[in-house]
Design a protein around this ligand. Structure first.
Ligand code: FCB
Length: 426
């Protein structure tokens, strides 16, 4: 069955950050630090989904999706990241899963969508190898409770973005500015993915995926400098995260001048057989080189295409290019692909641009050679868009953050009609 769904993430929609024993996450700390998030917005209330999930599931039923990708907040389940389990936190996800199943919507949880328990950050976060092991323990706790109803699991969301923005550039939580010295956090996340995959399977999970953010990289010109820079960027953004998982080896990252702390057996652990690769696609990246301050690449603007309200270029065919590139590079090592996020930020209820964006990307996905088995729109609701706060609206459903009123946009009605005409076999 082809999965047509919507995607969300815990910190971006749940709110209720101090309720029912939830512990602090790095995003609570970061968003409450002045100057980190635009206009000082926080996820304290967000879409109040913690209290309104029944209404939100009704919106999904109305849309006609057969799957829902959401994330589980680690600090709701284990308030300090490890040790005592907070039953009330698990109960929330149990109710959510039950309601989804009753409505015939497959629950697809992601275990880590960036809201690391603050207590683990205090011990080094993903720079500390022990976090990988705690992640697997957390995965077991959740799967023991939910694997009887949840078939498909996603370990990590976009380890590239978490490492680059959170540990390299400091524009996301936990706000570290380590540049390439952030790379050990990539290895520990991937190790955590491998250990969690084993833990999930031991607890009865049928299907396990990882979700990577991928971008087709386009060199700014045919000059040797631009071609080399594009190759380096492709390695950092795409290959560093796909390759160890799919082939059990890292690409040659000597260009970054940092050693990855690999211990014996790590690569085997990371390369657990997977049932699918989750891909989040938003736009291609144009790269020239070298960059400033010794950076081996420079990100250049893509011109001549429409831009979203966030300023992201709209290039639907980039999705086909990306999928064909993965197929060409990994061949038989590429498992079935699920587009676990795709969407755009636009204002207004009559969001014709979003309709054009989704339509274009779905068509591009259908043209790709890879075995694609699912497509999830980011996002069901307007929500807390990380460093941008509530300024970027990615929802099919408009949220009034004063009243929490939900209003389906034109794109919601379009998608509902589109899904009504789709066979779920394709
Ligand atoms: C992705 C994130 C998701 C959302 C979209 C717009 O990188 O996974 O949480 O913020 O971008």
């Amino acid at each position: 069955m082809f999965l047509w769904g919507t995607a969300t993430a815990s910190y971006q929609i749940e709110g209720a950050v101090t309720e029912d024993g939830r512990g602090l996450s790095i995003w609570d700390t970061f968003s409450h630090t002045p100057g980190k998030v635009r206009d000082g917005h926080t996820g304290d209330v967000a879409c109040d989904h913690y209290h309104r999930h029944t209404e939100d599931i009704a919106l999904m039923t109305g849309l006609g999706v057969n799957a829902y990708r959401f994330s589980i907040a680690w600090p709701r389940v284990l308030p300090t990241g490890r040790g005592p389990v907070n039953r009330a936190g698990l109960d929330f996800y149990d109710r959510l899963v039950d309601t989804l199943c009753e409505k015939g919507i497959a629950p697809v949880p992601t275990l880590f969508h960036w809201d690391l328990p603050q207590a683990l950050e205090d011990e080094g976060g993903w720079l500390n190898r022990d976090t990988s092991r705690y992640f697997a323990e957390y995965a077991s706790v959740v799967a023991e409770r939910l694997a009887d109803r949840v078939r498909m699991w996603i370990t990590l969301n976009e380890p590239f973005v978490h490492v680059a923005y959170g540990y390299g550039l400091g524009v996301h939580a936990p706000g570290r500015r380590l540049m390439f010295d952030a790379l050990p956090a990539a290895h520990h996340q991937l190790l955590g993915h491998g250990l969690a995959t084993q833990a999930l399977r031991a607890a009865g999970a049928e299907q396990v995926l990882i979700t990577n953010n991928c971008t087709p990289v386009r060199p700014a010109s045919d000059s040797p400098e631009d071609l080399a820079a594009a190759e380096t960027y492709d390695m950092l953004h795409n290959r560093l995260f796909n390759e160890p998982v799919l082939t059990g080896a890292y690409p040659d990252i000597t260009a970054f001048g940092v050693d990855i702390p690999i211990e014996s057996g790590d690569l085997e652990t990371i390369a657990q057989p997977l049932d699918g690769l989750g891909i989040n696609y938003y736009n291609p990246t144009r790269i020239g080189g070298p960059g400033e301050d010794g950076l081996p690449f420079r990100i250049e603007e893509i011109t001549g295409v429409p831009l979203t309200a966030f300023g992201w270029p709209v290039v639907p065919d980039g999705l086909r290019e990306l999928l064909d590139g993965l197929e060409a590079r990994y061949g038989d090592a590429l498992p079935p692909v699920y587009i676990t996020e795709n969407g755009c930020s636009y204002d207004g209820l009559d969001d014709q641009e979003r309709i054009a964006y989704l339509d274009g990307h779905i068509q591009a996905m259908k043209q790709a050679k890879a075995d694609v088995r699912g497509y999830f729109v980011w996002s069901l609701l307007d929500n807390f868009e990380w460093a941008e706060g509530y300024h970027q609206r990615f929802g099919l459903v408009h949220v009034d953050f004063e009243t929490q009123e939900r209003t389906p946009k034109a794109s919601y009605h379009w998608l509902r009609a589109f899904l009504g005409g789709q066979s779920t076999d394709t």
